[in-house]
Design a protein around this ligand. Structure first.
Ligand code: KE4
Length: 456
């Protein structure tokens, strides 16, 4: 039984006389492997958004990747704008990163004891991220945010955390309340299994609405341990901070003695060497990092003011630990990646230049076809919202997007070798490996996609 893609291809093909699809994309092996995976893995995937549920298709199984391209197990090649959800800012399988991992692997894979590589990566992070005086390595973004929150509660002696509707901070219980990313995409931003006891300590505010934060502080300011925020949310699609919003969060947390946690798992090392805090000039008390920091291997980190970080065991009473924290292979990949970023002249200017070509092209596609949409971009992070809204600057405006139209756009782009995020509420990640020609191909495929959408 062919998967929906085959039916999709046939439908599209018969309706547009081949001009759009040079070839009938065969993903039969992916379809077979997805069926097989579902026998052993819940939903056939190890992370929900990979299941393509919101874009109504069978996920493609990847065989390999190089530069800006990924190849599935049927041999189809795509220009990749998911970039493993952010880590692959250099592009896939960068030789310098691969060599670093190979060199480390020959010496052993894990010791459960300190290594110099951990110190070197910590020193580099301190050099790059302006607010970080001490940093602790963990294995994922979730571990980083979860630990940052525990530390904030331990440091302040307070229980409450304020998060913003639509922001995603990983899958720790305290954050799965009105969460974004896969939780929003799949329609359960409040996950079962999170107890009332936990949920009561998470207070929801609205991004770009300082008054919603002030209201909470007026009522419970002396109980708030921290605000945690994606300084540039990318899990309800990309939303840009209104002028003064981040600075307003900084001021109100100072006023009430709460901490400000920047979840820079996506924005860190992507918007600038020092992430959003450098880009916007607002310094948090604790920063959570992930993705790029590991160069494609499992690394998260959290860091900040020395007086706060010194509360962590073994120095202080706030406990956090991890068998593979600071793993030498992961450290080697992260070190290689961050060193390349630091040593490549004009790294962010070039990323921004390529990304602006994509933005301009996609914007022209919408204008040329009259399809309503909004594009939010900052640096190499971008979302095209299919929406009648004139501006998408909040959760409420983001969720008005036409997810069905996005799903069709995603599928048509994929049929033409462009791999976008399989959800309206995620982002496109552009890497240094994307060439101008790749961007041009993506814009052309995007144009054909919106031209077809217009006929549906
Ligand atoms: P991980 O535990 O997935 O490494 O990081 C969690 C996390 C924390 N903070 C932010 C701002 C994040 O975006 C994430 C994870 N991002 C999603 C995609 N938006 C990861 C993809 C997935 O869940 O499969």
């Amino acid at each position: 039984m062919p998967g929906i893609w085959q039916i999709g291809c046939n439908t599209i093909e018969t309706s547009i006389n081949f001009y759009f699809i040079e070839f009938l994309m065969n993903i039969q092996n992916s379809i077979n492997e997805f069926k097989r995976a579902q026998e052993s893995i819940p939903g056939g995937v190890n992370s929900p958004v990979r299941a393509f549920k919101s874009v109504h298709g069978d996920p493609i199984f990847i065989k390999q990747a190089k530069g800006a391209r990924i190849t599935d197990i049927d041999g189809n090649e795509y220009i990749d704008f998911v970039s493993s959800w952010g880590p692959m800012i250099l592009g896939h399988a960068d030789e310098r990163v691969i060599n670093a991992i190979q060199t480390a692997a020959i010496l052993g894979t894990s010791y459960g004891a300190p290594t110099v590589a951990e110190t070197e990566l910590a020193e580099l992070i301190k050099k790059m991220v302006p607010s970080i005086e001490l940093v602790r390595m963990v294995n994922s973004g979730t571990e980083a945010t979860m630990s940052a929150l525990r530390l904030a509660r331990g440091f302040t002696g307070r229980d409450l955390v304020i998060k913003f509707q639509g922001c995603y901070h990983g899958h720790a219980d305290s954050f799965l309340i009105k969460a974004g990313s896969g939780a929003l995409t799949l329609g359960y931003p409040d996950s079962p299994g999170v107890t009332q006891g936990t949920a009561k300590d998470t207070i929801i505010a609205h991004y770009n609405d300082l008054s919603s934060v002030e209201e909470i502080f007026k009522q419970k300011g002396d109980q708030v341990a921290a605000i945690i925020v994606e300084p540039v949310p990318a899990n309800m699609g990309v939303i840009l901070p209104e002028p003064g919003f981040l600075d307003g969060l900084r001021k109100i947390t100072y006023k009430y003695g709460a901490l400000l946690i920047f979840d820079e798992v996506i924005s860190g090392f992507r918007l600038a060497k020092g992430g959003a805090q450098e880009y916007y000039g607002v310094m948090p008390d604790i920063t959570a990092l992930g993705k790029i920091i590991g160069g494609g291997l499992p690394v998260g980190a959290y860091g900040g003011r020395k007086d706060i970080m010194n509360r962590l065991a073994p120095l202080g009473p706030v406990y956090q630990a991890g068998t593979l924290a600071g793993n030498p292979l992961a450290m080697s990949a992260g070190l290689a990646t961050l060193k390349i970023i630091n040593e490549t002249r004009g790294f962010y200017n070039e990323l921004d230049r390529k990304s602006s070509l994509l933005e301009i092209g996609f914007r022209e596609n919408l204008q040329n076809t009259g399809i309503p949409g909004v594009i939010n971009r900052i640096g190499s992070l971008m979302t095209l919202f299919f929406t009648e809204e004139k501006k998408v600057n909040s959760y409420d405006t983001a969720v008005k997007s036409d997810t069905g139209r996005y799903a069709r756009y995603f599928k048509l782009a994929l049929e033409n070798g462009i791999y976008l995020a399989p959800s309206q509420f995620e982002a496109a990640f552009i890497s240094l490996a994307h060439t101008d020609d790749d961007i041009e191909k993506a814009v052309k495929a995007g144009l054909r996609a919106v031209e077809i959408i217009k006929t549906q």
